[in-house]
Design a protein around this ligand. Structure first.
Ligand code: FNR
Length: 197
């Protein structure tokens, strides 16, 4: 993270755990991007589909598959992360957990662990009444394991997500929009504090 963040926008990498074209979780990240809240410059990660299944034999500088090297670089260079997770079978979708595993290691002892200490906010959406709350608890447990610095509040669990967007995937629900703004402000505060200390 170069330069002090007070004199520039905060670079946030937003990752959706869904590959679905009409994903509600990806739509949440697009809504966050439009809000331009708290000086956050949000880039939505588009490489999740290309990340191969984790292979310890390839987890080293020079051996990483290109999409993995790109993901590690983008996580490292971001000032913070915004992760929107669906809930698959009461947990984190495999494609998202797999990507997090690739960004959680430093077997070569370079001291560069992309996820370690990274200011991060989590949220999620589901058509069910539980709004991905189980998956978010599971995601928080994973991010505890990666020593990632996660915003604790507010929790943004978008239930009955099919009712929160219009036909073009625009967020129309004001309560969700307000919660999203609060989450983005909390993330901006955490990023700024992380630079000071
Ligand atoms: C689901 N879904 C689901 N939803 C939920 O609230 N709890 C769950 O345990 C599950 N389990 C589950 C498993 C699998 C394999 C699929 C494909 C789906 C429904 C899921 O929340 C729904 O498809 C969301 O719309 C996925 O998020 P996106 O793609 O809209 O971002």
């Amino acid at each position: 993270m170069s330069g002090t963040t007070t004199d520039r926008d905060l670079r946030i990498l937003a990752i959706s755990g869904s590959l679905r074209a009409a994903s509600h979780n990806t739509a949440l990240l697009r809504a966050a991007q439009k809000m331009q809240q708290g000086g956050l410059d949000i880039e939505i990660y588009d490489g999740l589909r290309a990340i191969p299944a984790y292979d310890l034999d390839l987890d080293a500088p020079g051996l990483w598959p290109a999409p993995v090297a790109d993901l590690r670089r983008r996580v490292t260079e971001a000032d913070g992360l915004l992760i929107a997770t669906p809930e698959f079978n009461y947990g984190v979708p495999g494609v998202l957990k797999n990507a997090l595993d690739w960004a959680s290691t430093d077997w070569a002892g370079t001291g560069e662990v992309p996820l370690r200490g990274k200011p991060t906010a989590v949220l999620g959406a589901s058509p069910s009444h539980f709004g991905s709350v189980r998956a978010q608890l599971a995601l928080r447990q994973v991010l505890l394991g990666t020593r990632t610095d996660v915003v604790t509040s507010p929790e943004v669990t978008v239930m009955r997500s099919h009712e929160r967007f219009d036909d073009n995937g625009n967020l129309t629900d004001e309560v969700t929009a307000d919660l999203l703004r609060d989450l983005l402000s909390a993330l901006a505060d955490k990023v700024r504090r992380s630079v000071v200390h």
